[in-house]
Design a protein around this ligand. Sequence first.
Ligand SMILES: Nc1ncnc2c1ncn2[C@@H]1O[C@H](COP(=O)(O)OP(=O)(O)OP(=O)(O)O)[C@@H](O)[C@H]1O
Ligand SMILES: [Mg+2]
Length: 377
Amino acid sequence: MDQDQFQQQHDIIGESVEIKEIVEVIQQIAPTDITVLITGESGVGKEVVAKAIHHASQRTHKPMISVNAGAIPEGIIESELFGHEKGAFTGASETRKGYFELADGGTIFLDEIGELPIGTQVKFLRVLESGEFMRVGSAVPKKVNVRVIAATNKDLESEVRNGNFRTDLFFRLRSVNIRVPPLRERREDIPLFVHEFTRQISEKNNITFGGITDEAMEMLKNYFWPGNVRELRNVVESMLIIERGKRIDANSIQKYLREFQDNHRNLPVYTHKTPEQAERELIYRALLEMKSDIMELKTILTQRQVPAETVAPHYVEANVDTADHETGERFIPLDEMERRMIISALERFNGNRRLASKALNISERTLYRKIKEYALD
Ligand SMILES: Nc1ncnc2c1ncn2[C@@H]1O[C@H](COP(=O)(O)OP(=O)(O)OP(=O)(O)O)[C@@H](O)[C@H]1O
Ligand SMILES: [Mg+2]
């Protein structure tokens, strides 16, 4: 099959050399059982690559099970991956298969592999080497036929240096590494993405697309895209839905690009920064934004001490704030504050959990737990 057909079949958009090279590698390795490590920033399309590998392989009629190692609490990760025997631990009332058994014959996609606890890594390495593992609470090895694709947005090499990632596992995984470059390193793909996304989104939502001026397209091409393809898709979607058939020009596009939204605050613009600089600036902005959120909350709290009807800010949800009738003070429950902060951090970073967790000064795993807890996913 030629490359274009292959890309069409697997929904891989892109005509840059970078994408073409990735597609070539996918085509070469898909039919084998070789373990693949996919690296790249959040939103670059790692899962798109993983799916293409699975679907272009013999295993396509068997399941591809996606597991996010960062989202599973450490305490249960082994039983999730490898299963457990009845009675293996408190609460294990039934024998349960883990993801490796469920994926037998197919593919397991282990996302955020950098979050795998160090103790579990050795067991994972064993599955990679021999296909063998043991359910928690069992001493009998089981064997599965599973193709492993792992992904991470972390720099595993520095994780190895910091002692968070086993060297042997790192080398085992690294034998085939597909690095998906950030969108800003393949800007020539941007018009194609815009074209495809406008087509898909306008079709799906039954809206017409009024076109885009060259100047506006140039701005899209020059933007930094910290959230990569996912962010571009979101921008195109909001643009289409809000502008409803109007032609998008340089002026109207600014609303949708963070760089321009933030300009009036005299904050640094991150167009030509290194990823590290850009990340630091994003965090800095998020902190400032949170500070202003807190100020806003403070204002609400003080305003709320005068009769509600004189202020009644529209953004106060009555069912959330609890009044202390004794003192007349109003409080927002801490968990509600937390929930709001998490939402605002996630919005700020376009759903990038790594950056959001940094800004909130909690671990990515804790953030995942809280996202689940507050049902924000
Ligand atoms: N080359 C591409 N062609 C078509 N769509 C793409 C491509 N790259 C990314 N996308 C789209 O961008 C979004 C993000 O892609 P994906 O989920 O694969 O990213 P990711 O690298 O796994 O991100 P994360 O690290 O946050 O999990 C998805 O909607 C996906 O369909
Ligand atoms: Mg992903």
